[in-house]
Design a protein around this ligand. Structure first.
Ligand code: PPS
Length: 574
């Protein structure tokens, strides 16, 4: 294998005679299959389309060992990131995986056969060594090390790939280019010098200035080449980001910049990742690649220190520049100088200039609270996109989850709160009473712990979906177990507000006010496993509000909930 020279036609494994693909597809239907995960799928797409050239498969052991220790394939060609296909011992046994065996690789989203891998070897990696040598530390605070230990299975299978079809994409299809397509696009535009800008974040004025500076310095056109595969957990989703990139394009002089989306699964590997990114951009036909401050940085380790120094990536890439066939354009952090309303890299700042910056964390905080974002930082169009993707709390959904003994008054509170929120009129409001869920969603379930957990899990699922869409949910099951309630909190709070209200009516009061004789039947053994009689109720240790209808009126309690929602900014000015 050799690195394809910049400018030549790349080997795109998907571009082949249709009859060959058809024959491979037929063969794949009869083979043992590996259903890929999201990261493996991204890797396969770039192996197949030439983005990972010279790789034509997943690394075998000799290539893997060399990449881990020397940043080179076994034949000496520069390659810094191990691209491996992890499998379990059960898969090895089921597929009888050994040298020469052919395996179908499938898309997890539609089960399509994408490729056939011919096994070269199956080997067990030393994951601790991989973590230390590739990512710098065996520390689970590093997302790729976490993946290595918690997600990746215990063996790797190496082998070459025969492509059947590229993974299907249904979003932003017009902005996705394979390396060959992008090279053809550059040719059509008469672009011979192209500087690529890698990003996994929204772009703001500073990024526009930085890329234009790079273009000016090297007489290049600009390719905005954002990652839309997998980025760092917690990053802004790619749908929002692509809207931002599209809004930024008209901010460049006409014909200067272009956008192409890269289906890469990032590892956040800092220096090694920078080298890998440069090779990928060379494959995509770019002549220059920007490496700024803290390129592909994973943030802080478990001791609170940065995994890598801010310019480690630049230093490593500098070391290998003669082998890269793409020129790296290094940049220091770019800051805003209010006095002249200009941006400068830190090492080119006018003497004594005062600078302003807004960090990613600070931006996320402002988006969350609705605090203003200054015009010098970003464009109004970008701000609008970010704000609509991160609405302030008074536009987000929430769930009020009431828990308590049967006949605690939770149903009466839920009904009254429902009416009160309807009157407020800020959101559509859904009432998930225990009895409604039991008849509509959980009619086959009884009252063992497992069945109660399933019931709460279903309520949490529905509540979290409604919360995600901006609605208000009032749920009122007994929910006697802390773990199920906390699982509900976890699922729902990903999508909006979650408030656990303990309706702490004493059991004796619930029994004394029961006009239906339900508790009496439970006591006499006619109902088995009844909460509070012969089944436990774990009082919440993490309630956001504790109320007791035996000592406060329903109106007072509803008002307490409203005050809590107001305090957390979920309701307020209309
Ligand atoms: S849980 O634990 O949250 O799943 O319970 P929940 O869905 O709120 O169900 C409460 C309703 O089921 C009736 N019921 C019982 N509750 C507790 N324990 C036992 N063994 C039991 N058997 C039946 C209870 O009377 C509630 O009925 P509704 O119709 O809501 O009054």
């Amino acid at each position: 294998m050799s690195n394809s020279p910049h400018g030549g036609i790349l080997k795109d494994l998907v571009l082949r005679d249709a009859s060959i693909s058809q024959a491979l597809l037929q063969e794949a239907n009869g083979l043992y299959s590996i259903v890929l995960n999201e990261r493996q799928l991204c890797d396969l797409e770039l192996i197949m389309n030439g983005g990972f050239s010279p790789l034509e498969g997943f690394l075998n052991q000799a290539d893997y060992e060399n990449v881990v220790t020397n940043l080179r394939l076994a034949n000496g060609v520069l390659w810094s990131m191990p691209i491996t296909l992890d499998i379990s011992s059960a898969q090895i046994a089921a597929g009888k995986l050994a040298k020469g065996v052919r395996v179908a690789l499938r898309d997890p989203r539609d089960d399509a056969s994408l490729a056939i891998l011919t096994v070269e070897d199956v080997y067990q990696p030393n994951k601790v060594r991989e973590a230390e040598l590739v990512f710098g530390a065996n520390d689970l605070a590093h997302p790729a090390v976490d993946y290595l230990h918690r997600v990746a299975k215990e063996y790797y299978v190496g082998g070459s790939i025969q492509a059947i079809a590229a993974p299907a994409h249904y979003d932003y299809v017009e902005n996705r280019y394979t390396p060959n397509e992008l090279r053809a696009h550059f040719k059509k535009l008469n672009w011979t010098r192209v500087v690529a800008f890698q990003t996994r974040n929204p772009m703001h004025r500073a990024h526009r200035e930085l890329t234009v500076r790079a273009a000016r310095a090297r007489q290049c056109n600009v390719l905005i080449h954002p990652v839309v595969g997998l980025t760092k957990p917690g990053d802004i989703d790619h749908y929002t980001r692509v809207q931002v990139y599209k809004a930024i394009l008209p901010k460049y002089p006409q014909g200067m910049a272009s956008l192409s989306l890269l289906p890469l699964a990032m590892r956040m590997g800092g220096p090694r990742e920078a080298l890998w990114h440069a090779i990928i951009r060379k494959n995509y036909g770019c002549s220059h690649f920007i490496i700024g401050r803290d390129h592909a940085g994973p943030g802080k380790n478990s001791q609170g220190k940065d995994f890598y120094g801010p310019y480690d990536a630049q230093h490593l890439v500098e070391k290998y520049k003669s082998e890269l066939h793409i020129e790296v354009v290094e940049f220091q952090m770019v800051s805003y100088v209010p006095e002249t309303d200009e941006y400068y890299p830190d090492n080119e700042l006018p003497a004594g200039a005062k600078t302003l910056n807004i960090s990613g964390t600070e931006l996320r905080r402002r988006l969350k609270t609705g605090a203003p974002i200054p015009d010098w930082f970003t464009y109004p169009e970008v701000q609008r996109i970010l704000r609509s993707a991160h609405p302030p709390r008074n536009k987000q959904g929430f769930t009020v989850f009431l828990t308590g003994y049967w006949n605690s008054g939770a149903t009466a509170i839920a009904n009254a709160l429902h009416v009160s929120l309807n009157q407020d009129g800020q959101r559509p409001t859904t009432l998930l009473l225990g009895e409604t869920i039991r008849s509509e969603l959980s009619s086959e379930l009884g009252f063992t712990r497992r069945e109660r957990d399933i019931n709460i899990h279903r309520i949490a699922f529905v509540a979290s979906e409604i919360t995600k869409c901006g609605g208000a949910v009032i749920a009122a099951p007994i929910a006697p177990y802390e773990s199920a309630r906390e699982e509900a909190r976890k699922a729902i709070s990903k999508n909006g507000g979650f408030f656990l209200v303990h309706v702490a009516t004493p059991l004796e009061t619930c029994i004394a006010s029961d006009r239906t004789g339900t508790y009496a039947r439970a006591k006499s053994g006619l109902i088995k496993g009844f909460t509070g009689i012969d089944d436990p109720y774990e009082a919440p240790s993490k309630a956001d509000l504790v109320v007791d209808p035996s000592t406060s009126s329903i109106s007072q309690i509803v008002h307490e909930v409203i005050l809590l929602l107001e305090k957390e900014n979920y309701i307020g000015e209309r």
